[in-house]
Design a protein around this ligand. Structure first.
Ligand SMILES: NC(=O)c1ccc[n+]([C@@H]2O[C@H](COP(=O)([O-])OP(=O)(O)OC[C@H]3O[C@@H](n4cnc5c(N)ncnc54)[C@H](O)[C@@H]3O)[C@@H](O)[C@H]2O)c1
Length: 310
């Protein structure tokens, strides 16, 4: 079997380092290419990661370290390119307020990303605001069906909120939060399942669940921890890698092409199929009319934000 490899851009940051640690812990790739402007941090991490794999009883992956410029010279493309690079995000500000600065950064990284993904690699955008960043990146490098935005944390939070409301453990709950990552969420109440069976939440229960979801960012930033959600994101990225390999469907931000009630040229959180190594909205999914309308408005917002980025 050929070697599996991933490139992590922004690998020295909170999210990049946590994701890398989880990929090593779960032994998901044979080769990891770590990319950041802070290569000294990556060199230290390389030593630590290799030792951690040995302590855990596994075989360390081959780890290479690059600055963004030398990443253009990677000799073989990766199966997965993860982008978690950012500059100067201010705590407490909305995700969309980072759009201009982060797009300027991602635009400068577009060529290394395209090169690292080659002809068949997937690109997972974690940098916020993910939907607009994915939309702009797809306009810059093409490969729309290989770019996805990482929004799984929204669905995790919805599962927790539904579980709390129904008094069950979250492992029994299937729930998908669609729409704009974090800011214009569309909880797909029509698709909530407990133990695989459809469950209808009463209107007042839905209100409480929506309040729990909408208030997450404020509650998190009020703690002033200086951290982003490194553990859940790392666990979610590792779970996404496994789901992609198995060709399963996951709620992620995906190109809206093929969904007739959504605008073209946008990205939005939607049940995403990974069959055949490509990301596409799952056309079997049938949402309630109100959910479709909210999703359409969310996708319009993403398209407008992406258009505004020059
Ligand atoms: N999608 C999600 O669910 C989710 C969850 C948490 C955080 N995020 C987002 O992930 C991003 C990263 O967050 P973080 O907490 O790790 O930030 P961070 O500041 O800790 O890390 C960012 C890293 O990017 C690196 N970087 C800057 N310029 C670079 C360049 N030109 N090339 C390569 N690397 C470069 C920095 O050196 C730094 O190591 C943010 O946009 C954050 O909002 C998304």
């Amino acid at each position: 079997m050929s070697e599996t490899s991933a490139t992590i851009i922004g690998a020295a940051g909170g999210i990049g380092a946590s994701v890398t640690t989880e990929l090593v812990r779960q032994g998901l790739f044979d080769v990891l290419h770590l990319v950041d402007v802070r290569t000294n941090v990556l060199e230290a991490d390389r030593i630590d990661l290799r030792e951690s794999a040995v302590v855990a009883g596994g075989v360390p992956p081959r780890i290479t370290v690059h600055d963004p410029h030398s990443a253009r010279e990677l000799d073989r493309p990766s199966d997965l390119v993860i982008c978690a690079a950012t500059l100067g995000e201010r705590p407490g500000r909305s995700r969309s307020s980072f759009a201009a600065t982060n797009w300027e950064l991602l635009e400068s990284l577009a060529e290394p990303i395209r090169h690292a993904a080659g002809e068949s690699g997937m690109v997972l955008v974690i940098t916020n605001p993910i939907d607009a960043m994915a939309a702009r990146l797809a306009r810059a490098v093409g490969m729309r069906d290989r770019i996805i935005g990482y929004s799984l944390n929204d669905s995790t939070r919805l599962r927790l909120a539904v579980a709390d409301e129904l008094g069950v453990t979250p492992d029994r709950v299937h729930a998908e939060a669609l729409g704009v990552h974090g800011e214009e969420l569309v909880p797909a109440f029509s698709r909530v399942r407990v133990d695989g069976e459809p469950v209808e939440l009463a209107p007042e229960q839905r209100v409480r669940v929506v309040e729990a979801m909408d208030g997450w960012w404020e509650r998190w930033h009020a703690l002033n921890s200086g951290r982003s959600s490194t553990r859940s994101t790392a666990a979610g990225v590792a779970a996404s890698v496994t789901a992609m390999r198995q060709g399963r469907t996951l709620p992620m931000s995906v190109a809206t092409d093929g969904i007739d009630y959504l605008p073209d040229d946008a990205f939005v959180g939607y049940p995403t199929s990974f069959a055949g190594g490509r990301a596409a909205p799952d056309t079997e999914v049938d949402l309630a009319g109100a959910e479709r309308a909210e999703l359409s408005a969310a996708a319009e917002s993403v398209r407008r934000l992406a258009d505004s980025l020059g």
